[in-house]
Design a protein around this ligand. Structure first.
Ligand SMILES: CC(C)(COP(=O)(O)OP(=O)(O)OC[C@H]1O[C@@H](n2cnc3c(N)ncnc32)[C@H](O)[C@@H]1OP(=O)(O)O)[C@@H](O)C(=O)NCCC(=O)NCCS
Length: 146
């Protein structure tokens, strides 16, 4: 586990969550992202997110987990309608190649789940690595997929 890596939760005014300039297909990756992250962003067609966990090592961005919180269902409670549950909707997880398989993506997800007090997530995996990673999170009991 890389303890010298700093994790921070950011909101939608941060370029990792919001992305860069808007296009018809969603936001472009911001120019400040590492090239490898930009390629992943374009290939996976990432959209906007409300929040992100950002990982830095020696000042450099080495990972992110982008997400939003959404209401999964509503119930009628007497005369009013209430939220029946919330879940994270995953908006892209990326770790710089030299930092992979050291538990960083797991740490970012755990922080987001802890901060939002959620345990369910809607995820659409874009790569085999992402699918293996999500299986691992579920297998360890950190998250349930909606
Ligand atoms: C997927 C990704 C975010 C994983 O990040 P990571 O920091 O390496 O993940 P972790 O170290 O927390 O991995 C935890 C577990 O997930 C699983 N996992 C991680 N990468 C995997 C891979 N490439 N193939 C299969 N399983 C994988 C393993 O079970 C791993 O545990 P282990 O290392 O003890 O075997 C990273 O490989 C990445 O950024 N890939 C490019 C972008 C991408 O594909 N994002 C996902 C889009 S859906």
């Amino acid at each position: 586990m890389v303890r010298s890596v700093q994790l921070r939760v950011v909101g939608d005014s941060h370029y990792v969550a919001s992305g860069g300039e808007d296009t018809a297909y969603g936001p472009r990756p911001d120019s400040r992202l590492p090239d490898n992250a930009k390629r992943f962003w374009r290939r996976a067609g990432l959209g906007e997110s409300d929040q992100a966990v950002v990982a830095r090592h020696e000042g450099k961005l080495i990972g992110f987990f982008r997400y939003s919180v959404y209401v999964t269902s509503m119930i009628r409670d007497g005369g009013s309608v209430k939220n029946n549950g919330k879940a994270l909707i995953a908006g892209g997880t990326w770790v710089a190649p030299g930092h992979r398989r050291k538990g960083l993506a797991t740490r970012m997800w755990k922080l987001a789940l802890r901060c939002t007090k959620l345990s369910r997530a809607e995820v659409c995996t874009a790569t085999n690595a992402g699918a293996g990673f999500m299986d691992s999170l579920e297998h360890k009991g950190y998250v349930r997929r909606v």
